[in-house]
Design a protein. Structure first.
Length: 315
């Protein structure tokens, strides 16, 4: 559920549970299987971390998933928030969860104007939350405070008039509900331009496995050239790059374009069809020919999946 709404994540949870009913089953899975099931959720490192952790649970913990907070923190992909949630829900450990809902509720109720995404603010809220959970039923308390923030103390237009905490809430009494919590302004998103080339041979498509430490690592897409700015078929410098990769006789046709927004970057994607190309460029990437049917079973980014379902069927 990290970075994903429950209603979006629940079908994935059910599919994972069906495919891997135990940690043992999960640990035997291939990365391709996991990423294919994960497809569409984004933040694919989460799926890879889950697979790595399943193997570690099998190797180090005899297949029994830990419930101890400190032990959970040693597992890849599990930080303080997730460890607190797992340990409190599974064994009643008194470790407070601090998510966006908790930040918001505490900031408003206590009138805290420290930025929730700053180092000092994170530490302050974490310490405060830990003080509040002492003596409570940790499982019930953590669930309640997250739900209260999500359903009652909502980010926009909360129903303060019906809130049972309104008479002691600092933000309510001081007309600061819309001003809290405080958050440092995020850095400007990186703008990227990615140009994909669709090469076909009958029913076969040339695909690339992304191995570099970048977005969509270990997912499949098409051969591509990234440019600093948006390009088109009148851009002589871009055409020269295409010819350098695919041969002087290559012909190129624009297919479609789309915009893909990620947390820290915006990627403008264009798809081009190629003909009369040469394939010595394969040495520059991890490329292979696959059928369209086989491609459906390979993990892809949402960009590629959308192209395949929305456009390639007509191509």
């Amino acid at each position: 559920m990290q970075q994903t709404r429950v209603e979006q994540g629940l079908p994935y949870f059910n599919r994972f549970l069906s495919a891997f009913p135990t940690v043992h089953d999960f640990a035997q899975a291939s990365e391709t299987e996991v990423l294919n099931l994960w497809q569409g959720l984004g933040y694919y490192s989460r799926g890879r971390n889950m697979l790595y952790t399943a193997k570690e649970v099998l190797r180090l913990h005899h297949g029994i998933f830990p419930t101890d907070y400190s032990t959970l923190l040693t597992l890849k992909g599990i930080g303080s928030y997730t460890a607190a949630a797992i340990s409190s829900f599974s064994s009643g450990a008194q470790h407070a969860v601090v998510d966006g809902n908790v930040f918001r509720l505490l900031a408003r109720y206590f009138g805290i104007d420290l930025p929730i995404n700053g180092t000092a603010g994170k530490r302050y809220f974490s310490d405060l939350a830990q003080q509040l959970i002492q003596g409570q039923d940790a499982s019930v308390y953590n669930q309640a405070i997250m739900e209260f923030g999500a359903l009652q103390c909502k980010p926009k237009s909360p129903d303060c008039a019906s809130c049972p905490l309104q008479f002691d809430c600092y933000a309510r009494k001081n007309n600061l509900v819309d001003s809290l919590p405080v958050k440092l302004k995020a850095a400007a998103k990186r703008i990227r331009h990615l140009n994909y080339f669709v090469c076909t041979d009958g029913d076969l498509l040339l695909v690339n496995k992304r191995t570099q430490a970048d977005v969509w690592q270990h997912l499949y897409d098409f051969p591509s050239i990234e440019t600093d700015v948006a390009v088109d078929l009148n851009d002589l410098q871009f055409l020269a790059q295409v010819q350098e990769h695919f041969g002087k006789s290559v012909s190129i046709k624009m297919l479609t374009s789309m915009k893909h927004v990620l947390t820290h970057q915006i990627i403008y994607v264009q798809f081009f069809a190629l003909d009369n190309y040469i394939i010595n460029f394969i040495n520059t990437g991890d490329y292979k020919w696959v059928s369209r049917g086989d491609l459906e079973h390979l993990p892809q980014s949402k960009v590629i999946s959308s192209f395949l379902t929305g456009y390639l069927t007509k191509y």
